[in-house]
Design a protein. Structure first.
Length: 245
């Protein structure tokens, strides 16, 4: 039986300050929990209903009603794990020699989670996040990644510093950019994606060396813009497609 203190402890991890204080995050469902464990994340706590199978760590068995009390999902998925947030090395990974993403003020947890999943799909191992980007260890973000957060390195830092130190092209999707399908794209570089409402901040915009535009193919009135996660997927896909031309 799960205690009231355990329930309170887990529910508090929905709030960023408690996650930061405890150094813990919550993941739910066989897919997400399983991918984290395969990647070497060892659960500090693991709660599962009696018929759950597949975990090798010590499990505290809970009823479906108890799982509902600790779950952040509308429909709990058999298992919930509490994991330690990986520590961020003081020496930041260099963006040189590879393709990376830089997120400038992404606010929506669903968008961030989807972008992490996109990075995983397209083999982008590092995402640099500005300090005002949503917390990647938010339960909504973790769930939206569908396990990809186990395979992508999320780094919170000053984007200005990362870009200044880089010796690779810095790409950004902007309304005054050049058609992405008509521009040369390199195998290495930093792709900057901006805030949902305001786009790339003025400070970072000045540092972009190659401005890109995803053109609309609809004649006449059309959508004002693309969702940032969709724009990220289109951009990453075009970069990777060029490698096989």
């Amino acid at each position: 039986m799960i205690s009231k203190n355990q329930i309170k402890h887990i529910r508090q991890l929905e709030i960023k300050k408690y996650r930061q204080r405890e150094g813990l995050f919550v993941a739910e469902g066989p897919k997400v929990v399983g991918d984290l464990m395969k990647a070497g994340y060892s659960p500090k706590e693991l709660y599962a209903v009696e018929d759950f199978q597949g975990a090798v760590h010590t499990i505290q068995t809970v009823s479906q009603d108890e799982l509902c009390k600790i779950s952040f999902l509308q429909h709990p998925q058999q298992v919930l794990g509490v994991f330690r947030i990986p520590s961020q090395d003081s020496k930041l990974p260099s963006p040189d020699g590879r393709l990376s993403l830089a997120l400038d003020g992404i606010q929506d947890p669903g968008n961030l989670g989807t972008i992490i999943r996109i990075a995983d799909w397209f083999g982008i191992s590092t995402i640099y996040c500005s300090e005002d980007t949503a917390d990647a260890w938010n339960p909504k973000v973790v769930q939206a990644t569908m396990g990809s957060i186990a395979r992508v390195n999320i780094v919170y830092t000053s984007l200005q510093e990362i870009i200044q130190q880089a010796s690779v092209p810095v790409y950004g999707t902007l309304l005054d950019g050049n058609d992405i399908y008509q521009q040369p794209l390199s195998k290495e570089g930093i792709i900057v994606m901006g805030n949902e409402g305001n786009g790339i901040s003025p400070e970072i915009r000045q540092m972009i060396t190659r401005k890109l535009l995803i053109p609309s193919f609809h004649q006449g009135d059309t959508a004002e813009s693309l969702n940032v996660a969709i724009a990220t997927a289109i951009t990453c896909s075009e970069f990777r497609r060029r490698e096989y031309k």
